[in-house]
Design a protein around this ligand. Structure first.
Ligand code: FES
Length: 169
């Protein structure tokens, strides 16, 4: 299994070490419990999305059926099964954000970026994604970019955010 083919795996040594830290949290016979963390780590290493090959790598590394990994990767919205832009703008449109004009946020972003929800800009810089509650309802409306939340958004804040992200490249 994975130990026999470490040199062939898509997973880098650093990714394998990260996954191992999660695996260690569970009993030996439950290493598949690390599947969500492992998929996130694999996705990060692959530039923000997963392919069948990467999901198979995770299945192999965790010694679990590939179909079980596919089930997790296709169920949760944080996993991407097609390439995304460098910056993934996750716009919450759930109830609290909806009541605080998340539609205006989506409209403004679509207008500024020239793309719709689920699409990526031609320069590969931005992907716009609609997500469920981000758990920051008190500061709605909210966008998540990477591990960062941007809250109480209005058009000016959105424009500044896009400019900042563009200047990062
Ligand atoms: S509804 Fe948007 S963060 Fe909770």
């Amino acid at each position: 299994m994975s130990q026999d083919r470490n040199n062939e795996t898509l997973l880098s040594a650093s990714s394998r070490a990260d996954i191992d830290r999660w695996v260690e949290k569970y009993p030996d016979e439950q290493r598949q419990s690390a599947v969500m963390a492992a998929l996130r780590i694999a996705q990060d290493q692959n530039g923000g999305s997963l392919t069948t090959e990467w999901m198979d790598e995770v299945a192999d590394y965790l010694q679990m059926p590939a179909i079980s990994v596919y089930e997790v990767a296709t169920f949760y919205s944080m996993y991407e099964l097609k390439p995304v832009g460098k910056h993934k703008l996750c716009v919450c449109t759930n109830i609290s954000c909806m009541l605080r004009n998340s539609k205006g946020v989506v409209d403004h972003l679509q207008d500024k970026l020239g793309i719709g929800l689920g699409e990526t800009t031609e320069d590969g810089l931005f992907t716009l994604k609609e997500v469920e509650c981000l758990g920051a309802c008190v500061n709605a409306p909210v966008i998540q970019v990477g591990e960062q939340y941007h809250e109480q958004l209005d058009p000016e804040k959105i424009d500044k955010l896009l400019n900042d992200l563009r200047s990062e490249g």
